[in-house]
Design a protein around this ligand. Structure first.
Ligand SMILES: N[C@@H](CCC(=O)N[C@@H](CS)C(=O)NCC(=O)O)C(=O)O
Length: 347
């Protein structure tokens, strides 16, 4: 395991250089060691959450499982590293993890000077606020929060957005920030702050943990863009391609109607797009070679879909309307259904 300290001591530019040094050949390293080391949260239902037996589930977990299926035809070949918001980038930059899949917002500085690369957007989100309506029955808008004490987590875009929002609306506020999420939530529930703020998906997820979830309402304002996605280090195109095309395969599979239940029979499809996705040679053999192009088996995408299902299946299983989170597809619908989920073609 490489030193965690590296990322703390280097400046932003040095981080990029260190990241490159730590990262070349991740695909080969992963194949050799036989598993992916996946950085996740310390517990966020629907995204990355362990059960009593330390079995992890969630959308972000499924992304790492999908990468493992693409590489090993075995979605269980993943080890998880729970990370706080503050720890996550250092863990990736130093080589402690191979991929970070932890409700992480794609921003310019993370994508450039931090030496990282975002592989896609697994969940289009935005930041919101939650308040206890029993305590504040008259508050129904974030614009009424002037003077509030706001609980949040350090090392997040959340605390930066709060500052922007209150400043641009000429409102006073006091941030009460914690490194550990559970501390921030406890402070909110104990009334040490008036309002808790994070990504809206996080609000839906964390409300379930409160002793009386129905006492808390999510205010209507969305104050930021939070495109959440998996991240790898800069300087390792082969690994970046595997992460990026794992995400694209999930989205393309949903668009083409290929899912975990029909993937085997779809291999007999005469649709050339489906043949290319599933690595089935067609009449002019144009399906051959896409797996080779990213250093994987021709069945890489078929193996993903078999293991995790397509993007829509992952969404519904973890955060959809039949789960306790009850989140509608909204912006995360496919582009052809009016949403933002879109993938370039396999061609
Ligand atoms: N998307 C934001 C916020 C991510 C974040 O860390 N959110 C908190 C609150 S939902 C969280 O995931 N906590 C869980 C943990 O620390 O394990 C970012 O990338 O900075």
């Amino acid at each position: 395991m490489k030193s965690k300290v590296m990322g703390f001591v280097f400046g932003a530019a040095a981080c990029a250089a260190a990241a490159t040094a730590a990262s070349a050949g991740t695909l080969d390293d992963v194949k050799q060691k036989g598993f992916i080391q996946c950085g996740v949260s310390q517990g966020l239902t629907g995204f990355s959450n362990p059960d009593d037996q330390n079995n992890w589930t969630g959308m972000d977990v499924d992304f790492c499982r999908a990468m493992a299926a693409a590489i090993f035809d075995d979605a269980t070949k993943v080890k998880y590293t729970p990370l706080s918001a503050k720890e996550r980038f250092t863990a990736l930059q130093s080589g402690e993890i191979d991929v970070l899949s932890r409700n992480t917002t794609w921003t310019m500085s993370r994508d450039t000077s931090s030496g990282l690369k975002f592989a896609g957007v697994m969940y289009y989100d935005g930041q919101g606020f939650i308040i206890n309506k029993k305590k504040f029955p008259d508050v129904n808008s974030a614009l009424q929060l002037s003077g509030a004490a706001v609980c949040t987590q350090t090392g997040t875009t959340t605390e930066l957005n709060v500052a922007d929002y209150f400043k641009s609306n000429n409102m006073e506020y006091k941030v009460v920030a914690f490194e550990k999420n559970e501390e921030a939530l406890a402070a909110y529930e104990d009334g040490r702050c008036d309002v808790y703020t994070t990504d809206q998906s996080g609000l839906y997820s964390q409300r379930l943990r409160f002793s009386a979830p129905d006492d808390h309402v999510i205010l209507p304002e969305i104050i930021s863009k939070e495109p959440l996605g998996p991240v790898v280090r800069q300087g390792d195109d082969a690994w970046f391609n595997v992460a990026k095309w794992t995400y694209f395969a999930l989205v393309n599979a949903e668009e083409l109607g290929v899912d975990s239940k029909n993937v085997e029979e779809m291999k007999a499809s005469k649709n050339p797009e489906i043949q290319r996705l599933l690595g089935v040679p067609n009449a002019d053999d144009s399906a051959a070679g896409f797996g080779t192009g990213i250093g994987l088996d021709e069945a890489w995408a078929a193996n993903i879909i078999k293991a995790t299902g397509n993007y829509g299946e992952i969404f519904e299983r973890n955060v959809g309307m039949s789960t306790p989170l009850k989140i509608a597809r909204g912006k995360n619908a496919l582009w052809k259904d009016g949403g933002l989920q879109y993938a370039p073609p396999i061609r």
